[in-house]
Design a protein around this ligand. Structure first.
Ligand code: AMP
Length: 231
């Protein structure tokens, strides 16, 4: 049995992190968020963390080399044997091409875009709160924790992301449109691509994503190094 590989695409704030966590609970495969990994590298002040920080503070993308490297290393770990969910990766066509060589013919690939109009997401992002420990996502208006400022799951303080500022949000949207949106065509051209409406209630979006993974036809890629053709 190959791995189940789920790639979630979508604007910042479309719900990739929230939905990934729901899928993890259901499928028991790990959630790999390049944004979370980069924030950890920044917090521990590693050499690539310092390089990444400059880009993240500007709402721009960190270099493909760094990100491809951390993902390639992460997916070799034992917990990824049955599959994994990628949140925020790939984010450029170059990253998608690099990632193609990590997939084998036994794997099942599901590329799901959580679509949403950028304007509708600004309020979501400026009101977003995140658990500094487990990464759970809340919102000051629409998804409040039981105890103000505290994560329901682990009791740790909630924080705002430093890039959830309106000017940086607009820059991140621009980056998404220019560099990441072309992936929709990239994966459509490969034959299987799914879209769900990210403005629907969270639980409904989760149901749709799970039904795609349960019933949808997955991409069956050719072996490493082979030509990309999908039957
Ligand atoms: P996210 O948590 O996915 O919104 O990512 C936060 C920031 O991390 C982004 O604005 C980028 O600067 C950086 N980042 C995350 N994932 C990637 C990626 N796949 N490629 C390049 N930069 C990334």
């Amino acid at each position: 049995m190959g791995r189940k590989i789920v790639i979630l695409l979508g604007h910042p704030g479309a719900g990739k992190g929230t939905q990934s966590r729901a899928v993890v609970r259901r499928l028991g495969i790990p959630h790999i968020s390049t944004g979370d990994m980069l924030r950890e590298a920044v917090a521990s002040n590693t050499s690539f963390g310092r390089e990444a920080k400059q880009k993240m503070d500007a709402g721009e993308l960190v270099s493909d080399e760094i990100v491809n490297g951390i993902v390639a290393e992460r997916i070799q770990q034992e917990d990824c044997k049955k599959g994994f969910i990628l949140d925020g990766y790939p984010r450029t066509v170059q990253q998608a091409e690099a990632f193609s060589s990590e997939i084998t013919k036994d794997d099942q690939l599901f590329v799901i875009e959580i679509s949403a109009e950028a304007e509708g997401l600004i309020n979501r992002l400026v009101g977003r709160l995140m658990c500094s420990n487990c990464g759970a996502i809340y919102n000051v208006q629409s998804r409040t924790p039981k105890l103000e400022g505290i994560c329901d799951d682990c009791g740790v303080k909630l924080v705002r992301r430093s890039d959830d500022r309106e000017d940086l949000i607009r820059e991140r949207f621009r980056t998404y449109q220019e560099e990441t949106y072309p992936l929709v065509k990239f994966y459509k051209d490969l034959g299987v691509y799914y879209q769900v409406d990210g403005m629907r209630p969270i639980e409904e979006v989760t149901r749709k994503i799970l039904s795609i993974i349960d019933n949808g036809e997955a991409l069956t890629p050719t072996p490493k190094g082979g030509k990309q053709s999908f039957a």
